[in-house]
Ligand binder design. Structure first.
Ligand code: ADP
Length: 396
């Protein structure tokens, strides 16, 4: 008998869900959707397994606009679709596991207390990950819940790569260290690599998760050795609206000379920088590539050159590179960015197959020439499937 697995990915203004069925070897999606616009104008939408839109509703204006109500609404909708079948387990994406959690955890009161203790490390995200766990505990008290952490995959990084060169006590006592994020995406890529390229799976692979949020990771035998995001999801590559790597002295200057306070600096670095800040009009790579604006061009070039620099730096950390993998929104869809990155990495041994790179497909594929020293792949990521697998494994 197949089981149903509900995957929840909650943020500050949206809750995404996927419902999986486990009759096949790997869970398959029955429905996926989201409640967006929380606290403003919540809208619920959902698609079925064949990608047909099966819900597109704006909530009544007098309905509560919070996470709690959104989850109840979502669950009601799902229950009307699953015809009396019950959910076997719920998997939650949780942004931060700190140094406490290096693998998925079955939710208990102790785990909830542990997550609350981590709120200072991710104040903008962790509370929104905890709320759905509490609400679903009340709504479905007999269904086990599992937390799947975005940081867990990076706990294999050697200590050297987890440190900042601050006084050592800051990492030991205050937890100020490089955690890394997007771990569920990297773990998914590592899980499919053995079927695609055993040399890449067993060897030195750099994965570029390039989306609205972007980061890269260096894997040795499928285990993370170094990643570009650090203490927060602000470090490393520039992103849609986040600045990426920045000299910490800039923050001091903003405070001391421009008299900006912490909230203003947070808004600047998280919401007004990156592709949006450089171009002046959009955080979406598609808009920038369709524009003639010199600043859009600058933003696109800055992004690709940052990927190149990080790729070379990550390769140095693992003693070379057997394979380079592109994934997420930009990595999977943007042939121009892939081409710019690969051309600038020719000196390292990347030979792009231009025709293969130009093909649009949702399947994993190789885009380097047969004799390229470094094999280059596009592999669509699937963080929800990773969570479903982890949740099932945790209750098995
Ligand atoms: P998130 O980090 O929100 O999960 P995604 O991984 O979905 O983001 O990536 C979203 C980004 O992918 C968008 O900002 C857009 O710039 C980019 N993107 C999607 N499709 C294309 C495309 N065909 N060409 C260029 N960029 C694309």
């Amino acid at each position: 008998m197949s089981e149903l697995v509900l995957v929840i990915n909650a943020g500050s203004s949206s809750i995404k869900f996927s419902l999986f069925e486990t009759s096949a070897a790997d869970p398959i999606v029955l429905f996926k959707g989201q409640m967006e616009g929380l606290y403003v104008e919540p809208k619920f939408s959902a698609k079925d397994a064949a990608d047909n839109k099966v819900a597109n509703e704006t909530l009544p204006s007098d309905a509560p606009k919070n996470h709690d109500y959104a989850l109840r609404y979502m669950l009601n909708w799902l229950e009307s679709r699953i015809e009396g079948r019950s959910i076997a387990v719920i998997g939650h994406r949780v942004v931060h596991g700190g140094t406490t959690y290096s693998k998925p955890e079955l939710v208990t009161p102790e785990v909830i207390a542990g997550l609350e203790a981590l709120i200072p490390l991710a104040p903008l995200h962790e509370p929104h990950n905890i709320t759905p766990i509490r609400v679903l505990e009340e709504l479905l008290p007999n269904v086990p819940q599992v937390t799947c952490f975005d940081t867990a995959f990076h706990t294999t990084q050697p200590e050297l790569n987890q440190l900042f060169a601050l006084p050592y006590e800051f990492s030991q006592k205050e937890g100020i260290r490089r955690y890394g994020f997007h771990g569920l995406s990297y773990e998914y890529i590592a899980s499919v690599l053995p079927e695609i390229d055993t040399r890449a799976a067993e060897g030195r692979t750099v994965v570029a998760h390039l989306g609205n949020g972007s980061s890269m990771a260096a894997l040795l035998g499928g285990r993370c050795q170094l990643t570009t995001m650090g203490f927060t999801a602000l470090d490393g590559l520039p992103m849609g609206t986040r600045c990426g790597r920045i000299d910490a002295g800039v923050v001091l200057h903003l405070m001391n000379h421009l008299k900006m306070d912490a909230k203003q600096i947070e808004t600047l670095l998280y919401k007004e920088s990156g592709l949006l800040g450089l171009s002046g009009f959009s955080s979406d790579m598609r808009d920038l590539e369709n524009s003639d604006s010199p600043r859009a061009k600058l933003a696109v070039e800055y992004f690709a050159s940052s990927v190149v620099r990080e790729a070379a730096s990550l390769a140095a950390a693992i003693g070379g590179m057997d394979a380079l993998v592109f994934t997420a929104g930009i990595g999977e869809n943007d042939a121009n960015t892939r081409k710019a990155v690969c051309h600038q990495l020719r000196w390292l041994g990347v030979e792009l197959d231009e025709a293969a790179n130009a093909v649009r497909s949702s399947e994993p594929r190789r885009i380097s020439l047969a004799d390229s020293k470094i094999a280059v792949y596009v592999i669509p990521t699937n963080e929800e499937l990773m969570i479903a697998r982890q949740a099932l494994a945790c209750i098995a």
